[in-house]
Design a protein around this ligand. Structure first.
Ligand code: GLN
Ligand code: ZN
Length: 765
């Protein structure tokens, strides 16, 4: 039998973001459920056909989702929190869990499930909410529907589901967890549902099932190891089931390998892009009945695969195991890359020849599987790939000697503010005369249709630079006016000129390129279009100074300058893989350092450098954390330390659980840190107190991911919670981030409540 080609999952959003549009039309009430479901079905069938024609031997199904695969699994195992039980229609219930639901007239006000980042990606999953005595019950509707749909199209698909241990590890208890308890305690209750599902799938002719267990790439404590060994052994012994592929990705399986090899499961998938050195150990330990899926085509980046290198890896496996035990695969699901490079008409052809999106990666997988038996493959496909790689290695466009020289000459002094925080904050307080619990927002305000139109007209040339400037300045003026009326203490300009917080900077920096359709799902219907960081990074001219200067000229209150931090720019771009990420990050930091200096020079006294992506960039294995954190913190300090004591540096992070990296957050030494915490009800702040976080903190008290307007009492309660945990003098009052995704009416109502809440709490202290 030949080496099989397989893919762990396909992007869901559609080449033209079809799913996004269908979802939003449905949510807005413009179209009925049938149109949404028809679009979804159309996307699935398109992708299945594509993969079939491309020669993928095992094609995934149930990798599609209307919102999120963890939410799908929660529904599949019957983990629907009681507050949603009253919603009769499954589709409405599903979206209510994802997005919350508020209908004042009907007296309905349900907050959604929490959302957090999927491992070290920029994808957010819905965190299943479980009860300590959770009862699970199989609801196979979705998975069976998609399976039957694929089968009807003549595709013997391989369903994908999150494995039970990863599912539980990524879930949380609703409310306070009983002391000493752990979601993993629910394993015994959950496994029968998996067994029931396995039997059902087997009964429907499913021969392979992909069980995603990226949790195996974490360092596991004894309890998790025990959970894995008992769960996998039990599932392996399940009498009626498909063959099981245990898929690990985003890191190395390392010492958790024995948990899988002992399980009796039929195949293991490993991520050889992230952990190339792992192959030897895996080959040595793999029991003879197990197959190995080699994740050699990078599912996290847009570069063409180094086919020769991947081929060597595959040869090594084939020699040891024989072809019938080897599969060639993408390193992880292709969810994290755009759909098709062929849809890019504007990107520089040379750069394009270095790249591969999902469609091209599928072809690479096939070509590699085809070549597995051959010592030295040389066909046209292979030749093109090799010559593209050679040209890329030799390209002058990727290297800027001046940038390299500067990066080498960074000194310790460049990484430190002039005075320590205690001195700075005293100067700053005096300087700005802010009240206790100052109010502010995180930066963006709604991007109306007109704003988006103006930007795109300007881009296409139908609106000239002067006209564009007039339009944007008017938006800024209105925004500043609204904030003053609302009574906010520290203002922002609103970020109307930005399509996206990374793209905006990437477009003005050298070393970045942009795609037209390179969309990747971030959460639900939200997509991002990461820039392609292909060369050395330099800043030819100031990027934000004119807008910020104008905004500040409109008000006596401070207006924060607004930048995206180096780690976030790195993390949310497709980054070159021909030099260490730390090196690329330092180059970005130097460019931002110049921008910070220019802002200060222009009279901008508070500068926010957003770093929402620091936490998500953490490697899965703790042993690799300190190296990462060291260069990440250094980059932030390099970008922000060149200012006077009076200049207040803010930073912002979303959805971060800081417990284990708080020392690094402290080391960033931002004067003010705003974080998201409304959905987690200030739970996150506990760590700040325990570890004595010294600088100012603004915990979000208004969840902007949901259209509901939080009441004053609700926000007072959150603020009081925050005051119990941290000294009131250190606290700021702000919403969570991302106001740009909401509408003005709800924002104005919510911010008015927020300012009121701050006043109330202020008066009590
Ligand atoms: N300043 C950005 C905003 O308010 C921050 C976004 C983010 O952290 N993701 O939208
Ligand atoms: Zn944020």
């Amino acid at each position: 039998m030949a080496v099989l080609a397989t893919v762990l999952g396909h992007p869901r959003i559609g080449i033209t973001r079809d799913l996004k549009k269908a979802l939003e039309a449905y949510w807005s009430g413009a179209t009925p459920a049938e149109s949404l479901l028809a679009t979804a079905q159309e996307i699935r069938s398109r992708h299945w056909h594509f993969m079939k024609e491309a020669g993928v031997d095992q094609i995934p199904c149930n990798d599609f989702s209307l919102y999120d695969h963890m939410l799908d699994m929660a529904v599949t195992v019957g983990a629907v929190p009681p507050r949603f039980a009253g919603i009769a229609t499954p589709l409405n219930r599903y979206f209510a869990m994802a997005r919350g639901i508020q209908d004042r007239g009907a007296g309905i006000d349900l907050s959604p499930l929490e959302m957090t980042k999927w491992f070290d990606t920029n994808y957010h999953y819905i965190v299943p909410e479980l009860e300590p005595n959770q009862a699970f019950k199989l609801d196979p509707t979705k998975i069976m529907a998609e399976l039957t749909e694929a089968q009807a199209l003549g595709i013997a698909a391989r369903p994908v589901i999150p494995g039970p241990v990863t599912f539980l590890k990524l879930s949380k208890f609703a409310g306070e967890a009983p002391a000493g308890s752990d979601t993993l305690d629910l394993l015994e209750r959950l496994l029968p549902v998996y067994e029931e599902l396995f039997a059902l799938l087997a009964g429907h002719g499913v021969s392979w099932l992909q069980l995603d267990e990226p949790g195996l790439c974490f360092d596991l404590d004894a309890k998790s190891r025990e959970a894995y060994s008992s769960a996998l052994a039990r599932l392996g012994a399940c009498p009626k089931r498909p063959a099981l592929l245990i898929a690990t990705y985003f890191g190395s399986i390392g010492d958790n390998l024995s948990l899988v090899t002992a399980s009796g499961c039929e195949a293991l998938h490993i991520d050889l892009v992230r952990a190339p050195a792992e192959l030897d150990a895996v080959l040595a330990a793999l029991p003879t009945q197990m197959k190995l899926s080699l994740g050699v085509v990078d599912g996290r980046n847009v570069w063409r695969c180094d086919l020769d290198q991947a081929h060597r890896t595959i040869r090594q496996a084939v020699t040891k195991l024989g072809s019938e035990r080897v599969m060639v695969a993408t390193s992880c699901s292709l969810l994290h890359v755009p759909v098709d490079l062929d849809a890019e008409m504007k990107i520089d052809p040379e750069l394009k020849s270095w790249m591969a999106f999902a469609a091209q990666k599928v072809a690479e997988v096939r070509a590699l599987a085809d070549a597995a038996e051959c010592e030295k493959p040389e066909d046209a496909f292979w030749g093109q790939a090799a010559s593209a790689l050679a040209r890329r290695r030799a390209a002058a466009a990727t290297s800027n000697p001046e940038v390299r020289r500067r990066a080498e000459q960074v000194t310790d002094g460049m990484l430190r503010r002039i005075s320590p925080f205690s001195v700075r904050i005293a100067r700053q307080k005096e300087h700005y005369g802010l009240p206790l619990l100052p109010t502010t927002t995180i930066g963006s305000f709604p991007q109306s249709k007109q704003v988006r139109e103006a930007r795109s007209k300007w881009r296409s040339g139908s609106l000239d630079g002067a006209g564009y400037e007039v339009f944007m300045k008017e938006e800024i003026r209105l925004c500043v006016e609204k904030q003053e009326k609302l009574g906010l203490d520290v203002l922002v300009h609103g970020e109307f000129e930005r399509t996206d917080m990374v793209e905006y900077f990437g477009e003005q920096l050298e070393g970045f390129a942009f795609t037209q359709n390179g969309w990747v799902q971030s959460y639900g219907s939200r997509c991002v279009k990461p820039p392609v960081l292909f060369g050395d990074v330099a800043r030819p001219r100031p990027m934000t100074v004119d807008w910020s200067r104008y905004a500040q000229s409109l008000s006596d209150r401070p207006v924060k300058g607004m930048l995206t931090g180096p780690v976030t720019i790195l993390q949310w771009s497709f980054v070159r893989n021909d030099q260490p990420r730390s090196e690329t990050c330092r180059q970005i930091a130097l460019a931002l350092r110049d921008e910070v200096a220019d802002l200060e020079q222009a009279g901008i006294a508070m500068i926010q450098v957003d770093e929402p992506a620091i936490r998500e960039g953490l490697p899965l294995r703790r042993g690799e954390w300190s190296a990462y954190l060291e260069w990440a913190v250094e980059a932030f300090r390099l970008a922000t330390s060149g200012v006077r004591d009076e200049t207040q540096i803010h930073t912002h992070m979303c959805y971060s659980e800081f417990g284990d990296i708080l020392a690094s957050i402290v080391a960033m030494d931002a004067d003010v840190l705003s974080i998201e915490s409304s959905r987690s009800r200030m739970e996150l702040l506990g760590n700040f107190r325990q570890q004595g976080y010294p600088n100012d903190v603004g915990p979000g008290i208004y969840d902007i991911h949901s259209p509901r307007v939080p009441s004053i009492e609700e926000m007072v309660a959150l603020l009081e919670l925050a005051c119990e945990v941290l000294p009131v003098e250190r606290l700021w009052v702000n919403p969570d981030c991302g106001l740009k995704t909401r509408g003005w009416p709800e924002i104005e109502a919510s911010l008015a409540n927020m300012v009121d809440a701050a006043r109330q709490v202020r008066s009590r202290h």
